[in-house]
Design a protein around this ligand. Sequence first.
Ligand code: OGA
Ligand code: NI
Length: 365
Amino acid sequence: MAPSFDDGNSLFNFVVRDGNGVKGMVDSGLSTVPQAYMQPPIERIDKDRARKHGHPPIDLSKLGGPEHDEVAKQIVRAAESLGFFQVVNHGVPVDLLESLKDAAHDFFSLPAEKKAVYRDDVSPTPLVKYGTSFVPQKEKALEWKDYISMQYTNDAEALQHWPEEIRDVSLEYLRTSMSMVRKLLQVLLENLGVKPEDLMIDALVDKKMVNMNYYPTCPNPDLTVGVGRHSDMGTLTILLQDGIGGLYVKIEDDSEFGKKGEWVEIPPVPSALVINVGDMVQVLSNGKYKSAEHRVRTTSTKSRVSIPIFTMPNATAKIAPLPEVVEKDGNTLYKEFVLADYMKNFFSNAHDGKKSLDFAKINSA
Ligand code: OGA
Ligand code: NI
């Protein structure tokens, strides 16, 4: 029996504690947005005012060929300005992309009991976590999203612990994505004057996670957000989105994409993947590459899925701007820190744009 969603406590218990998620709430027959999900006006997304990012996706099959330099330049330019771009011919089979989206829908359609076994406090494995919103205990308004997160350590553990309904496609997605991620990092690092060795690139993507996000239909999308404004904390994020749209990126500086502070939509492009720069790359590059602030709206007509791969260094890694860059720049914007400390700060606060980076800023009193 679904509780009254007007009461904050019973809503929290049903959605968060008992693992029914936003999906369980919507499936119980919801005609209005509960108070707990109403965003303050400043966080609401005015979809009619956002423009679409019109750049064609970058063709990664040209890396290493006669047009290598031009393609490398496109990647660098995108990372320096918006921090977001799309790629095609990325090496991930196109039919796998379809299977992944189907698998995500199938997984979230499972009965709540099946998903709830992976709730944070009861999951049989630290590698898998099912949840809703971002940090529900800390948020003033909840995000209209459920998710499952699968950490990769090695194939054997993934095969043993990841939910079997989504395990094989997720592993294949990760396997086929990683050589692209390495090539992108190679290009980004070389442009900074670093001669990246395999070992260095290995270290930057030591930790990998495949997530599946599920954004149920919402009775009033103008009042809610799917994900609030945030940047991703890691190295690079690879994102598969479906055809529904609603992913917005904030323009950090006046550029070819528009004016500072405006939001542009990253439109769905069939068979493309979205790449975005995470906080670690912004720090390593001493601010040259932008970890972009982004957010996702909800829709009233169809549930949306997205499937990101997050990459990051090992939790014990020490992170600081690369010496080659600091030497050239003559200054350092970020202090050295241990990644585990950065993560602890990131995951214990509600989403708040790029505030996560303050943790690493020098002189951010
Ligand atoms: C994320 C995210 C975007 C999307 O999971 O960090 O920003 O389109 N997702 O779902
Ligand atoms: Ni994100």
